[in-house]
Each structure stands twice: as C-alpha cells, then as structure tokens.
Write a protein that binds this ligand. Structure first.
Ligand code: SF4
Length: 345
C-alpha cells in the first residue's frame, strides 16, 4: 500500500514564488504525465495495454516528466525509456523473494528522515517524492509519509547528524532531493556545512536526467558554495536518456567542480546487453560523468520481470572490460541488508 506523500506540485505550491531561472523546472514538475491513457495516446501505443497499466498504476502511480517522454520512440512498446516507467501486468504477478522492503531500511531508520546503514555516511531522506516513478524502484513502498519531516523533525535529523562524530558525508536522497527548491536546499546545506565533522555532501538524483532544466544557476551556487565537497551521483540507465540538454546540464555541473558519478540498475529489456551498457558508459563520459556502480536489481515486489541473473550480469561486465577502458567499466554490485557496504558480485 503506497502511503500518501505530497506531490512535487504541492511542495512547490507551499513555497514562495520561484526565481525566474527556477520557473521552467517547477512548471515541468506540475505538468507530469500521470495518466496511463495519456501516455499510451501520446506514444501511439496499443490501447490493449491500458487496463493492466491502470491496475498497476493503482499501486504505484505513473509519473513521467515531459522532457523525458520526448526522448521515447513513438509506437515502440519495447522502447528502453518507456519500459522504465510504463506500469504493466508483470508487476501484478507475485514472485518468490520479492518484498516491499528488500533492503530492510525500516531497521536502519534511527530517527525520521535518516537511514543510517554504513559507517561514515548516512542518507537524509530530504524529499518524499520523485519527478519520475521508475517501475523497478526499491523504495516503491517506502513509508515516505513517516519520513516526511516537519520543522521539528528536521531539527531531530540534524541533531542526530551532529551527534555522530564518525560521520564524514551526508547523502541527500529521497525520493529525489532535487524536487525541493533551491531556497530550501541552500538552507539545508548551510546547516550541514556548520557540522564540523562533515566534509562531503552527496546527492543521489535522477532529476538532471529526466528534467535537465532543474540544473539552475541557483542549484550550482548552493551545491558548490559551501565548504563541503560536492558529489552528485546520477541515476541513468540508458544512453538514450542523455540528450543535448542533459549533456549541457551535466557539463555545467562538472565545470563548476562537482564530482559526477553514475549508478545504473541492470534491467532486463532495458540495458542488458554489452552494446547498451557500452553506449551508456561512452555517453556518460562525454557528459563529464564516470560510471560508478552497475546495481543488481533490489528484489522489490512488482519488479521481478526486470531481474537479470548473476551469471549473465558477470558476462556483461566481462564484455564491457573487453570493449571499454577500465575507467568506464562500472563495478557490479548488490546491496545486501545488514552488510556494511555494497557487495561486489
Ligand atoms: S528516481 Fe530513484 S528513488 Fe525515484 S523512483 Fe526512480 S529509482 Fe526510485
């Protein structure tokens, strides 16, 4: 059961009027495609897909920003971008071993808004929403409403961070932290920069890929303007997700001194070939981003049809080593609940 979380449009509506440079992405966030019927019509797909799409979207809503939609191939039901967002019948089929909380994050949630699994770093659930809903998302059923922070809970999360002397890095996650506006994020970063034991700030985000207008001048200013060294870990799974506008946004971040890394999820039907993964590595590098992790799917309920077995995954990475320089070959990993780091495969 998905808990209610505020839509990005609600978050935006609660804030003051956006600065001019922030207007475009905020408008894009209020104009998402959320109706499977509209998606099917816009892409000229077979309407027979619709009843199953509506049923699956009932459990985990459809959300697609239009800039991302424009990169899909009309009339192609196997389009690798479409497959990541279109709800469908396979999600409704039960699969052994696929659960609502595959990473047992509920057991690593010491105070609302904080997921603390690893030594030296923790996740701050800065936002309970994403710009896009990826059908394989391991947090499809995360209780965001329990982690949607009130002002006093924000202070509780910051107090927790201040009290953990061994922490060096805070990772803003979500949802997607960049659905918050620049004013909110600048304030948060100011608070984090005042914590003496922190020296790095990391963002896990898909927004520069799905709505690149989000990379505003204001974003670059708060991200690079504090003493914390900025790292942005992008989530991009296919070379066709990177168009000219995405490339320009990423280069802007890189030119400002942000370390850019990518983590992709290995997804059957989307990127499970040496050709697709090589093209992704090259496209990332051309945008100033290094491939970092290739994740095996987290076994979340509704995503079994995306799973690639470990043997095939290893063969793919072997193939990548033969076709790419070493620095473009991502590390193949899996996250295992209770482990102190990601586990190489
Ligand atoms: S962007 Fe990340 S957190 Fe958001 S739905 Fe996609 S996979 Fe999940």
């Amino acid at each position: 059961m998905i808990q209610h979380v505020p839509a990005a449009s609600e978050i935006v509506a609660r804030e003051e009027a956006p600065a001019a440079s922030g207007r475009r992405w905020q408008e894009e966030m209020t104009d998402l495609v959320t109706d499977p019927a509209e998606l099917v019509k816009l892409l000229g797909l077979d309407p027979e897909q619709l009843p199953a799409a509506l049923r699956a979207a009932d459990g985990f809503a459809l959300r697609v920003p239009r800039p991302y939609l424009r990169r899909m191939r009309p009339g192609d039901p196997r389009d690798p971008l479409l497959l990541q967002v279109l709800p469908g019948a396979p999600e409704l089929e039960p699969a052994a071993g696929f659960t609502s909380d595959p990473l047992a994050e509920a057991q690593a949630n010491p105070v609302p808004g904080v997921v603390h699994k690893y030594r030296g770093r923790l996740l701050l659930i800065a936002a309970g929403q994403c710009a896009i809903n990826c059908r394989y998302c391991f947090r499809r059923e995360f209780p965001y409403s329990d982690n949607h922070l009130t002002r006093s809970q924000w202070q509780g999360a910051l107090d927790y961070i201040r009290a953990q002397d061994e922490l060096r890095e805070v990772i803003l996650s979500g949802g997607d932290p960049l659905v918050l506006n620049d004013r909110q994020l600048a304030r948060l970063v100011e608070e984090l920069a005042a914590v003496p034991h922190l020296d790095k700030l990391r963002l896990h985000t898909r927004l520069p890929v799905v709505a690149p207008s989000r990379v505003t001048d204001e974003l670059v200013t708060w991200l690079t303007g504090s003493r914390l060294r900025p790292v942005l870990v992008l989530h991009c799974n296919h070379a066709r997700e990177i168009d000219d506008e995405v490339r320009a946004a990423l280069r802007k971040l890189r030119a400002a001194g942000v370390t850019l890394l990518n983590q992709a999820v290995l997804l059957r039907g989307v990127n499970d070939s040496v050709a697709a993964l090589s093209a992704l590595g090259e496209a990332l590098f051309a945008s100033g981003v290094l491939p970092y992790y290739l994740h095996q799917l987290d076994r979340v309920r509704g995503a079994a049809h995306f799973e690639v077995d470990d043997g095939t995954a290893r063969d793919l990475v072997r193939g990548l080593r033969e076709s790419l320089p070493g620095y473009l070959v991502p590390r193949l990993v899996r996250e295992i609940p209770g482990e102190r780091s990601k586990t190489p495969i």
